[in-house]
Ligand binder design. Structure first.
Ligand SMILES: *Cc1c(COP(=O)(O)O)cnc(C)c1O
Length: 373
C-alpha cells in the first residue's frame, strides 16, 4: 500500500508520537463522489454490470480506501494490472464479496498465490492459455482477445484456434474481454471495427460474460456495453466527454507559506522564467513536482483560492509553486489553502501536455491524505 503520511511520526526514544501540525499539503479524496460516479455509470448501462478498474493504487487515489467504497456502492468486480495490486485489492475488500481480475496475464509461478488470494488472471496469449491448461485448469480465468489495439490479448490467428479447437471447454472462464484503442474519439473507424470483431467472438462464446467498454467506451452507446463494463477514469475524475454528469473526486490543498509584493523587473523561481511588468502580489505555496504538480503544469497552469483563479507563475519547484494574486479579490494569509486539480483537472492536464490519468497516478506520497465520506 502507498504509505499514508497522516499517521503520527514516532522517533525512537521519545515517549509520545509527534504530529505534524504546521500547515502541510493534503490530498482530499471524496469517496462519496466515487460512489455517486459508480451509480451514475450503473444507471447509464442498465443491461450491464459495472466493474471498477482500480489499477495503479486506484489511479493514485488509494486502493485501500477506494476499493471498499466501490464495494459499498455495489461493485462486485475489480480489475488491476499487477498481481501485487490484486493482493492489495483483496486485502482492501476484506470480507466483502468481489472478484479481482489481473490484466497482466497468467504466470505459472504465481498459481498458488492466485488460488489462495482468489485472484483471476486475464490470459493474454495462446502460450499462457496452454500453461493454464497444463498447470492450473481449475483456476478461474478470463481471456483477453485483441481486436485491434495490438497491446495485450490473443491475436486473430490464436483466437481462431481457440474457437475451432474448443480450447476453453474445460476451463473456468469467468469472462472474455477486449479493449478499445480509440474510445475517446467517438468517430474513429477503429471503434466499429473492434466492435464487429468482438461481437463475432462473443457470439461464438455465448455462455461467457463479455466485457468491452472502458469509461469512454460506455459513452459510445449500448452496442458497446455487453455484459460487463470496465470503467476507471469516470469513477474518479469525470468523463472523457464534457457534460456527462461525472465529478472529480480529488483535489490537492496546499498552504500559502508567504505572500510577496513584486516590482516590475522582479522574476519568480528557478531560471527566472517569469518577470513582473507591473507591481503584483504573489503567494508561495507548499506543493511542487514532488507532490505531482508536474513541471509542465508551470507558467500558465491554474490553481484556485476561495474559488478564484490564481495562475501559476514561472517554474514548478520540487516543493513550491508561486501563484499570481493580481486578480484575486480579498485577503490572503500564510496558512490559507490553495486548491490544485479538482474541477481544473482537465484544463491543467491539457496545459501540461498530458491527460488527467497521468496527473492522477503521479500524485505524490508525502501528502496528508484525507478521505471524505
Ligand atoms: C485501464 C483500463 C481500463 C479502464 O480505462 P478507463 O479509460 O480509465 O475507463 C479498462 N480496461 C483495460 C484493459 C484497461 O487497461
Amino acid at each position: 500500500m502507498v504509505p499514508v503520511r497522516s499517521s503520527p511520526i514516532l522517533i525512537p526514544g521519545l515517549k509520545t508520537a509527534l504530529t505534524n501540525i504546521a500547515p502541510a499539503p493534503r490530498l482530499v479524496v471524496d469517496l462519496d463522489i466515487i460512489r455517486t460516479n459508480y451509480r451514475h455509470l450503473q444507471a447509464l448501462t442498465p443491461g450491464a454490470e459495472t466493474a471498477a478498474v482500480v489499477k495503479a493504487n486506484a489511479y493514485g487515489l488509494g486502493a485501500e480506501q477506494v476499493v471498499p467504497a466501490l464495494a459499498d456502492a455495489g461493485c462486485r468486480q475489480f480489475f488491476v494490472a499487477h498481481t501485487s495490486e490484486g493482493l492489495e485489492a483483496r486485502q482492501a475488500l476484506g470480507d466483502r464479496p468481489g472478484e479481482v481480475f489481473v490484466f497482466n496475464g497468467f504466470w505459472p509461478a504465481e498459481t498458488d498465490t492466485l488460488h489462495t488470494a482468489g485472484l483471476i488472471p486475464v490470459i493474454n496469449d495462446l502460450g499462457q492459455l496452454q500453461q493454464l491448461r497444463e498447470h492450473a485448469p481449475d483456476l478461474p480465468c478470463a481471456i483477453h482477445f485483441d481486436t485491434g489495439m495490438n497491446r495485450l490479448g490473443l491475436d486473430e490467428r490464436e483466437t481462431q484456434r481457440v474457437l475451432d479447437e474448443g480450447l476453453l471447454d474445460r476451463l473456468q472462464v469467468r469472462q472474455i474481454m477486449s479493449h478499445l484503442a480509440c474510445a475517446d474519439e467517438a468517430d474513429h473507424a477503429l471503434n466499429r471495427q473492434q466492435l464487429e470483431r468482438f461481437k463475432a467472438i462473443s457470439g461464438a462464446l455465448p455462455d461467457i460474460p463479455a466485457s468491452f467498454a472502458n469509461s469512454a467506451g460506455v459513452l459510445l452507446g449500448p452496442d458497446y456495453q455487453f455484459d460487463v463494463t470496465r470503467p476507471g477514469l469516470a469513477l474518479y475524475a469525470g468523463a472523457p466527454a464534457p457534460g456527462t454528469g461525472f465529478d472529480v473526486c480529488v483535489r490537492i490543498e496546499a498552504p500559502v507559506l508567504q505572500v510577496r509584493m513584486l516590482q516590475p523587473g522582479d522574476s519568480v523561481g528557478y531560471g527566472a522564467t517569469w518577470t513582473a511588468d507591473r507591481p503584483i502580489r504573489t503567494a508561495t505555496i507548499a506543493a511542487g513536482y514532488a507532490d505531482g504538480i508536474l513541471r509542465a503544469c508551470g507558467e500558465g497552469g491554474i490553481a484556485r483560492l476561495n474559488g478564484q483563479l490564481v495562475p501559476i507563475l514561472g517554474r514548478v519547484s520540487m516543493d513550491l509553486i508561486s501563484v499570481d494574486l493580481s486578480d484575486f479579490q480579498g485577503e490572503v494569509h500564510p496558512g490559507d489553502y490553495v486548491h490544485v486539480l479538482g474541477a481544473d483537472l482537465d484544463a491543467l492536464s491539457e496545459h501540461a501536455g498530458t491527460i488527467s490519468y497521468e496527473l492522477l497516478v503521479r500524485l505524490g506520497l508525502r501528502f496528508n491524505r484525507v478521505y471524505k465520506g
